[in-house]
Write a protein that binds this ligand. Sequence first.
Ligand code: NI
Length: 231
Amino acid sequence: MSEHPPEHPPVQRPQAEPVTHIDDERFRVTEWRFAPGAETGWHRHGHDYVIVPLTDGTLGLDLAGGGRAEAALTQGLPYSRRVGVEHNVTNAGPAPLSFLEVEVVDDVRDQARLAVMARLMDCFNARDLDGLMGCMSADPAFRGSAGPLAEGVIHQGQAAVRASYAALFDAFPRAAWLEGAHHIAGETGFSTWRFQGTDAAGSEVDVRGCDIFRFEGDLIAVKDSYRKARS
Ligand code: NI
């Protein structure tokens, strides 16, 4: 949860007490303990989340639109909400209450990696070498689809990858990567596309293909390319 500035002078209420149980790359699990009348303060949820009530109780909810609602908590009966919920939560009942908040926190990393895959394709279409290398990690590899190896051809390191991208632009004075679709699963991403281009000899190429990516952080460490072989 992130801080949200109050739009009105805050009422003096005790603060709910957060206890972090799990905080790793995929999950954050926080136990929230509320004395009667205690509040979380205004916050916006940055991730999808599940609430697991540890007690029965009644939540008072100040809502972003200015309204107020109450919700009954039943011990052990969970509910889920999506990213973007904005509210201040209070204990509206006479007894202490608590719940576990389970947040899925790797959605932000997935979105960043999907954005890098989309940007890489945009940079290929713009023939933007600096932009392309800005999507690659410090020591990237590019495995081209055609070459003498089982892997096709391997270009290792920033300079070699940059030179191979430049050579591709030289080989295809006209080149377009179309119909891009991007997916992410953990450290692995893949993009599908249709390549249409004209090579330096004037021959037309129109072929579907894909890239399988391995990520380091938000950047591409390996770009492994595959194309259909037309016959
Ligand atoms: Ni909340």
